[in-house]
Design a protein around this ligand. Structure first.
Ligand code: AMP
Length: 381
C-alpha cells in the first residue's frame, strides 16, 4: 500500500527527503510537512504543509491523522505528544528513541551504560555541581545546554576558574551538563541506517570540518587509517544495535589524540555530513531513510566517488535577499535550499565536488579553494 508520510520540519532536510520520496511513487503517495515558515523548502518541492510550530500539539495530532508514518528532520519534536499519537500513525524513529537522543545528558548516559565510548560528563543543576565537575575534569571543559541546542549554540567553553560563575549565569535554563574537553585530531561521522525489521547498514566514515561550531566541509571518505575507520564503523554498528529506532542517524565522533573514537552526539535524522551521498554513493541518505522507515530492504552504502561537500552559509555581516549563485564546473553539484533570506551563517545550500577518474581528495580540496569565492553570499541590491 502506498503510504502518506508526515515530516516534522520542512527545511532543507525535509526538502531533500521530499525529493527522494518523489522518486519512489510506488511506495509513497504524498508528503505532508509540519513547519512554521510559510513556503518552507519542502513545500517548494511539492510537499503539502501544515503551518504551525514543531511542538504544537493540535497540529501534530492533525499530522498524525493525515499520515501513515511520521518522521522528522529535527530532533526538537515533542516526544510526549508524538507518543500520544502512536495509535494514529507509525512513528519512526520511535518517540522513546527521540526522547533519549534529544536530551544530550540522557543520550550520553545511554551510550555510557551500553559501553559505547564517550568523553566524561556530569549533570549540572547548581554552581556547586559545576565546581565539582571542573575539579574532576580540569580546564578547559564544555558546559552544554541539554536540550534544543544545535550547531553548537548551547555550548560554552570554560577556560579557567575565573570563568565559572559567568559561565553558570550565561544560560537561563539550568538543565545543563559538563563535558571533559576532547583534544581531538579530527571530527568524523558515520551515517547509519536501521530499518523497521532490524537490518543495519553504515556508510563509510567521513571527516568533518567545523567553523564557529557549524559544519563547513565534509570529506568522504575520511583521511584516516583502515584501523580507525574500522573502529568507528564497529562503534556505529553497536550504537545502532542498542538504539533500536528505525531511520537514518548521524553519529558524530571524535578521533582523539591517541586514536580512540569517542561519540560526541547522535542526530536521529538525516544529517548534513551525509549530503555528499547525493552524488557520491549508490543510495542517498534521503532514500535510505525512507527505505528504513518504510521497512524496505536498505540500499547499498557503497561510496562510488570520493567527494567533498562544502556548505554555502549566509555571510556573517549580512541579512536580507541575496544574489543567486551559479556554478557551471564539471563534477561540481550545487544544491540551494530555496531560502529567500540570508542570515549570518544560515545554511542556504551546499556544493558537492565529485572526483573524476584519478582525482584525489587533495585535488578536490585545491579546486574548492577556487570555488569558495563563487559561492560567497552577497546582497541582491
Ligand atoms: P555539539 O553541538 O555538542 O555537537 O558541539 C558542537 C561542536 O563543539 C562539536 O562539533 C565539536 O567541535 C565541539 N565539541 C563538542 N563537545 C566537545 C568536547 N567534549 N570536547 C571538545 N570539543 C567538543
Amino acid at each position: 500500500m502506498r503510504k502518506i508520510l508526515g515530516i516534522i520540519g520542512g527545511g532543507q532536510l525535509g526538502m531533500m527527503m521530499t525529493e527522494a520520496a518523489k522518486k519512489m511513487p510506488e511506495h509513497i503517495k504524498k508528503i505532508i510537512v509540519l513547519d512554521p515558515t510559510e513556503n518552507c523548502p519542502a513545500f517548494k518541492v511539492g510537499a503539502e504543509q501544515i503551518i504551525a510550530d514543531f511542538k504544537d500539539e493540535k497540529s501534530i495530532q492533525e499530522l498524525a491523522e493525515k499520515s501513515d508514518i511520521i518522521t522528522y528532520e529535527i530532533e526538537s519534536g515533542n516526544s510526549d505528544v508524538l507518543k500520544s499519537v502512536e495509535d494514529k500513525a507509525e512513528i519512526n524513529p520511535s518517540p522513546e528513541t527521540l526522547k533519549t537522543i534529544q536530551d544530550k545528558f540522557l543520550q550520553k548516559t545511554f551510550l555510557y551504560e551500553n559501553k559505547i565510548p564517550v568523553t566524561e560528563f556530569i549533570q549540572i543543576t547548581s554552581i556547586e555541581d559545576l565546581q565539582y565537575g571542573l575539579t574532576k575534569f580540569g580546564y578547559p571543559a564544555l558546559l552544554k545546554v541539554r536540550r534544543d541546542a544545535y550547531d553548537g549554540r548551547g555550548n560554552l567553553k570554560i577556560n579557567s576558574s575565573e570563568d565559572v560563575q559567568k559561565a553558570f549565569n550565561h544560560f537561563k535554563v539550568k538543565n545543563l551538563m559538563l563535558e571533559k574537553f576532547v583534544q581531538f585530531k579530527m571530527e568524523v561521522s558515520v551515517i547509519a541506517a536501521r530499518n523497521t525489521k532490524g537490518q543495519i547498514k553504515t556508510y563509510p566514515l567521513v571527516e568533518n570540518i567545523h567553523e564557529n561550531n557549524i559544519l563547513r566541509e565534509t570529506i568522504a571518505p575520511a583521511r584516516v587509517t583502515k584501523e580507525i575507520s574500522n573502529k568507528a564503523e564497529k562503534i556505529a554498528q553497536t550504537t545502532m544495535t542498542v538504539l533500536k529506532g528505525a531511520g537514518v542517524f548521524g553519529i558524530e565522533m571524535f578521533v582523539s589524540a591517541d586514536d580512540e573514537i569517542l561519540i560526541n552526539e547522535i542526530a536521529p535524522r538525516v544529517h548534513n555530513s551525509g549530503h555528499h551521498t547525493l552524488q557520491s554513493s549508490e543510495t542517498t541518505q534521503f532514500e535510505q531513510h525512507l527505505r528504513a522507515i518504510l521497512g524496505l530492504e536498505l540500499g547499498s552504502v557503497k561510496l562510488i566517488h570520493p567527494t567533498v561537500m562544502f556548505n554555502v552559509l549566509g555571510s556573517k555581516d549580512f541579512e536580507g535577499e541575496y544574489k543567486p549563485i551559479k556554478i557551471s564546473e564539471q563534477n561540481v553539484y550545487l544544491k540551494m535550499y530555496g531560502k529567500k533570506i540570508s542570515k549570518p551563517l544560515r545554511k542556504l545550500g551546499h556544493i558537492n565536488l565529485v572526483a573524476e577518474k584519478g582525482e584525489s581528495i587533495k585535488d578536490l580540496l585545491k579546486k574548492l579553494v577556487l570555488l569558495k569565492d563563487k559561492v560567497r553570499i552577497t546582497a541582491l541590491n
